[in-house]
Design a protein around this ligand. Structure first.
Ligand SMILES: [Zn+2]
Ligand SMILES: [Zn+2]
Length: 327
């Protein structure tokens, strides 16, 4: 169990009907340029009882692009918040706005593996004056085809599992196939002869004929840079992560705070340590989940259900998870 793993919510707290007074029949505006509504719309309409609209012509890329032309100025949460504010300026009549941000890079728990962290930011300006209407959901997964980039030709492939690649078309095709091409798009950048920046960038390539043409045309006298296209509409793996994040948002909202009865009582971290069944010392496994209200910040500790119970009716951990019994 990793520190940000989500446990199923306590059943006594979970009830979809509780959302009716907050969202039912309202219009929710999804800010996306890259087709995220394909997965967001059905989940949010079913889960919250809203009717979704999608922004048209709103440039979400102005807040940063994966291909590096524009860098994100703040972290994912700040960027999602800025996006929501900008959408509000464009659509002053909107009272429910959803923005999203994906972040890719090494997993904090397993730095050798790439991870995708999706964030959804729901802003309800109906309650804005009391600062009550902001909810976020974060979904973290190792299921991603993200790699930062690979240069062709290059004396050495930056991905250690493919040491001999990075010269021929065959090696390029094998590499991109490993990224899920052609169902997943790739980005091909033609590096400037000076070595600084790009003279041209082709995005969203999903046609092997086009990819080969570009390789044949440019590789003899240019260095080209390849990366998977992480934009949702070119990346079914990422689209699944966005869907999972939306499901998580709906689940989080469906749990009302026991203190203030506002939606969005959610698990924020795992805490404490289960004692070892054999020696009684604290183990690597958490004993409780800490829940917190996104509105009033009320916190509640929820013990984690385990099968191992000792004579004192205490939850315990298997000795294999004990540093002392199983160093
Ligand atoms: Zn032990
Ligand atoms: Zn509360």
């Amino acid at each position: 169990m990793t520190p940000d793993e989500k446990l199923p919510p306590p059943e006594d707290l979970l009830c979809q009907d509780v959302l009716r007074p907050f969202f039912h029949g309202r219009r929710l505006l999804i800010a996306t340029q890259h087709g995220k509504e394909q997965v967001l719309l059905p989940i949010l309409e079913r889960g919250l009882g809203v009717r979704c609209d999608v922004t048209t012509g709103f440039d979400t890329d102005a807040f940063g692009t994966f291909s590096g032309e524009r860098h994100r100025s703040g972290d994912a949460l700040e960027t999602a918040r800025l996006k929501a504010e900008a959408v509000k300026q464009h659509y002053p009549e909107a009272t429910l706005i959803l923005t999203s941000e994906g972040s890719f890079g090494p997993s904090p728990q397993m730095p050798w593996a790439a991870a995708d962290t999706e964030l959804l930011y729901l802003w309800d300006s109906q309650w804005d004056r009391q600062n009550q209407g902001v909810w976020t959901a974060v979904f973290h997964t190792l299921e991603t085809n993200y790699v930062s980039f690979v240069d062709y030709p290059s004396p050495e492939c930056p991905l250690p599992e493919y040491p001999s690649w990075c010269s021929s078309w065959e090696s390029l095709l094998e590499m991109t196939t490993a990224w899920g091409f052609p169902s997943h798009g790739v980005i091909l950048g033609i590096k400037h002869v000076s070595g600084e920046g790009f003279s041209k960038i082709y995005k969203g390539i999903q046609d092997p004929v086009q990819l080969k043409q570009l390789f044949v045309q440019y590789s003899p006298d240019h260095q080209i840079r390849l990366s998977p296209d992480m934009r949702a509409c070119f990346n079914p793996t990422r689209m699944r992560a966005i869907a999972a994040c939306a499901e998580q948002l709906v689940t989080q909202l469906s749990i009302l705070c026991p203190e203030c009865a506002w939606p969005g009582f959610q698990q924020i971290k795992l805490i404490d340590a289960l004692p070892c069944e054999a020696c009684g010392l604290p183990t690597r496994l958490p004993a409780s989940a800490l829940w917190q209200c996104q509105h009033c910040q009320f916190q509640k500790k929820q013990p984690i259900q385990t099968k191992l119970i000792n004579e004192e009716n205490q939850a315990t951990a298997n000795p294999r998870d004990c540093e002392f019994c199983n160093p």
